[in-house]
Design a protein around this ligand. Structure first.
Ligand code: SAM
Length: 231
């Protein structure tokens, strides 16, 4: 059950806050999630602007800052559902006008996006890289991964899973990227330290970390952005 939105005190232009009455059927974590969604300005903006996810704004911010997406680029989107990043990439590479290419995968199905070649697939399966390469039919200019493993609540396990996903994504990027290509991946604070960062610095001319404003401040999530693949 949802209370009527309340106006801010003093009449200043503060967004109205939606409050949930205790809904017995929802666990307290689900209630918290729902309340946060209802009050999240990025969720409302995504809906208004036709993006499938609030995550779309993260790629918009990253790309506005680092300027990676260019017309005609060939892009791989790992962990694409529900499709926000593919939408952003499609717009910026000119997919609607027949320019560029996007190959996307996720564990979950997505509603089709015009021009995007999507496969429901587990990236951790041994045959996933070859299947992706076959879909791509050539090299890529950008490999981007917003994949996030389900968390167990056991920090060391979660950390290892996240690092594992990023390592595999980097490995795949190395196999398909054209010289000067780029790599973007979701990592978590501490996720690209040590060997991961050393490997990226060896293979790319520039490696930086970006924390988009659309990435919740209380989340340890951030993105590693590597450009200038040495090939
Ligand atoms: C944060 S969401 C991606 C949101 C997306 N970038 C967007 O803009 O709509 C993370 C996605 O990673 C996917 N994922 C996690 N592990 C995966 C795996 N092993 N293989 C493929 N997809 C995976 C999840 O199913 C989930 O849809």
């Amino acid at each position: 059950m949802i209370d009527k939105p309340e106006a801010g005190k003093g009449g200043e232009a503060r967004p109205l806050k939606v409050r949930l009455k205790k809904a017995r059927k929802l666990s307290s974590s689900s209630q918290k999630w729902l309340q946060r969604q209802l009050n999240d300005p990025y969720v409302a903006r995504a809906k208004r602007e036709g993006w499938r996810s609030r995550a779309a704004f993260k790629l918009i911010e990253i790309d506005d800052k680092v300027k990676i997406l260019k017309p005609g680029m060939r892009v791989v989107d790992l962990g694409a559902a529900p499709g926000g990043w593919s939408q952003v990439a499609a717009q910026r590479i000119g997919l609607e006008n027949g320019r560029g290419r996007i190959v996307a995968i996720d564990l979950l199905e997505i509603d089709p996006i015009a021009g995007v070649d999507f496969a429901q697939m587990d990236f951790l399966k041994d045959d996933a890289p070859e299947a992706l390469k076959a879909m791509l039919g050539g090299s890529a200019d950008l490999v981007m991964s917003d994949m996030a493993a389900n968390t167990t609540g056991h920090r060391p396990t979660d950390h290892l899973r996240i690092v594992g996903l990023v390592e595999l994504a980097i490995d795949f990027a190395r196999q398909v990227l054209a010289p000067n290509g780029a790599f973007i991946a979701k990592v978590f604070q501490g996720g690209t330290e040590g060997t991961l960062l050393t490997a990226l610095k060896r293979d790319f001319t520039t490696v930086r970390h970006v924390k988009p404003q659309a990435s919740r401040a209380d989340s340890a999530e951030l993105y590693v952005v590597a450009t200038g693949f040495r090939g």
